[in-house]
Write a protein that binds this ligand. Structure first.
Ligand code: SF4
Length: 271
């Protein structure tokens, strides 16, 4: 029997989902629904916008106002939705490739504008749906369909990119650390401004298989063993940090929000 969270927030007639066995994306989708349920948000006031990719299938399963848009453009659609309906909780679900490659420009400018949208990045370090190509977060040296001898690009750190571009709430969780990840999503949803929650996910089918990382359980254990709280970062030197993943809240500040600024401009114009 599906749990209350699933019955209340998912389109059960669309299930079972298409994600591979062991994929982490369902965990993140559930984390978002639990966060919405815990905060008792009015479903009619929640709008979920996704791009293209395995992550972006989530919008089709979630029983809110949803829109599945074009590759990399979820934030452009979301910006229009938020400006037209400032009272909506607009949530963008996007993958590492969708958000930081095809949609990279939309991402940095949404951060810079500080528009009140919550972006949840399902980061599995690879393009899953399109066949295992390397993405902007694939670690240096790792294998992918388009990097059969190892990726020579340096990866983006999505949280650092978001912080540097002007996002005002930035956090990273993982599909292993579910309760804290739900907590970051809740904080992001309550934050007035552009919030980014990076959810480190696992893709056993492409990333795991190409890199001979073992099963989904092994990938999960890797997330568990490598993660440290961001507060410990200062206590470790560069060498000790090499193999670590920092999780937690990277930034939480309040600065003027974009739809408020836009409203003031309209008031001036209509005087
Ligand atoms: Fe998940 Fe990877 Fe399968 Fe896509 S290809 S559904 S990311 S395991």
């Amino acid at each position: 029997m599906p749990s209350e969270v699933i019955k209340n927030n998912l389109r059960t007639n669309r299930l079972p989902h298409i994600w591979c066995p062991g994929c982490g994306h369902g965990i993140l989708m559930r984390a978002i629904t639990v966060a919405i349920e815990d905060l008792k948000l009015d479903k009619n006031k929640v709008c979920i916008v996704s791009g293209i990719g395995c992550s972006s299938r989530a919008a089709g399963y979630m029983d809110f106002n949803t829109i599945h848009t074009t590759h990399g453009r979820a934030l452009a659609f979301a910006t229009g939705i938020k400006l037209a309906n400032p009272d909506l909780h607009v949530i963008v679900i996007s993958g590492d490739g969708d958000l930081t490659a095809i949609g990279g420009n939309h991402f940095i400018h949404a951060c810079r504008r500080n528009i009140d949208i919550t972006t949840i990045v399902f980061n599995n370090n690879i393009y899953g749906m399109t066949g295992g190509q390397y993405s902007p977060t694939t670690p240096n040296g790792d294998l992918a369909t388009t990097a059969p001898f190892g990726n020579i690009d340096k990866p983006f750190d999505i949280c650092e990119l978001a912080c540097g571009s002007g996002a005002t709430f930035v956090a990273r969780g993982t599909v292993y650390h579910v309760p804290s990840t739900i907590g970051y999503i809740k904080k992001g949803l309550m934050h007035k401004g552009f919030s980014v929650v990076e959810g480190l996910s696992i893709c056993p089918t492409y990333y795991g298989r190409k890199n001979k990382k073992g099963s989904a359980v092994t990938l999960m254990n890797e997330l568990k063993d490598k993660s440290i709280n961001i507060s410990k970062k200062e206590t470790l030197d560069e060498k000790e940090l090499e193999d670590k993943i920092c999780i937690g809240i990277f930034k939480d500040i309040i600065t003027p929000e974009y739809t408020d600024g836009y409203k003031k401009v309209l008031e001036q114009f209509n005087k």
